[in-house]
Design a protein around this ligand. Structure first.
Ligand code: BTN
Length: 245
């Protein structure tokens, strides 16, 4: 992964740049990296703060031979890969909040946005967008992010090499993706569970249908989050926004 590299100084969002390449037939593993994004996008239509040279703003093109319903598993796989790379390279103790936010001491350090395009119920391609706050200083973060976000520099006390991190993320992703293609989701699920900061905690999940509260019990074999609510009911959450209590 990452051998077909497109490095951009500034773009609105690497997701769009990668999508254009995908439509033109670019091969799996094509990577778009931008020094700065002017219209970085997060999940649920949120903006993603992407200042020049302070972080890793990149999108990877995947072409998995799977039905569209498998796309959420790629989200979890990507979170595991980035989490392992961050721990190996920086020693920062990042964990995964379901499905794919990376947190350090409860603050967000990385966001992942997976966008899948289907054709006849199968995945035509998938754009895995990864945003890592690498060398952003606390004073540089917009005020509304002070209590909810952090960076690898803030957490480790030193400037981190973006190039080293990018290549570590690509290595981890390629290895896990091959494992997934060969053995399916089971091994990825176990790695995810070991890095999770969600399991065993009380959580509130916001979905389009309302809020659910309960204890996060497990990740099921599809990648959905299994909650046990206060009346003892088991609730399976396929998508939503999790808040840790
Ligand atoms: C989230 O946590 O809400 C997901 C954030 C994803 C941000 C990355 S940065 C690279 C790629 N380009 C974007 O516009 N978004 C993703």
């Amino acid at each position: 992964f990452g051998r077909h590299l497109n490095l951009m100084e500034v773009t609105s969002s690497t997701q769009e740049a990668a999508r254009l390449l995908a439509e033109e037939g670019a091969p799996e593993g094509t990577l778009v990296i931008a020094e700065e994004q002017t219209g970085g996008r997060g999940r649920q239509g949120k903006r993603w703060y992407s200042p020049a040279r302070k972080g890793i703003w990149m999108s990877l093109l995947l072409r998995p031979q799977r039905p569209l319903s498998f796309a959420p598993q790629l989200t979890l796989l990507t979170a595991v890969a980035v989490c392992r790379a961050i721990r190996k390279v920086t020693g920062v103790d990042a964990g995964i909040k379901w499905p794919n936010d990376l947190l350090v001491q409860g603050k967000k350090i990385c966001g992942i946005l997976i966008e899948s395009v289907g054709e006849d119920e199968r995945i035509k391609y998938c754009i895995a967008g990864i945003g890592i706050d690498v060398n952003v200083e606390l004073e540089e973060l917009p005020t509304e992010l002070h209590t909810v976000a952090t960076s690898l520099k803030i957490e480790s006390g030193q400037t981190q090499s973006r190039a080293t991190l990018i290549s570590a993320v690509m290595n981890e992703l390629e290895q896990l993706y091959n494992l997934y293609e060969e053995e399916g989701f089971a091994p990825i699920r176990h790695l995810w569970e070991a890095l999770s900061v969600t399991l065993g905690k009380r959580v509130t999940v916001k979905t389009p249908r309302g809020e659910t509260e309960g204890t996060a019990e497990a990740l099921d074999e599809t990648g959905a989050l299994v909650l046990l609510d206060d009346t003892g009911n088991i609730i399976t959450i396929f998508s939503g926004d999790v808040q840790l209590a």
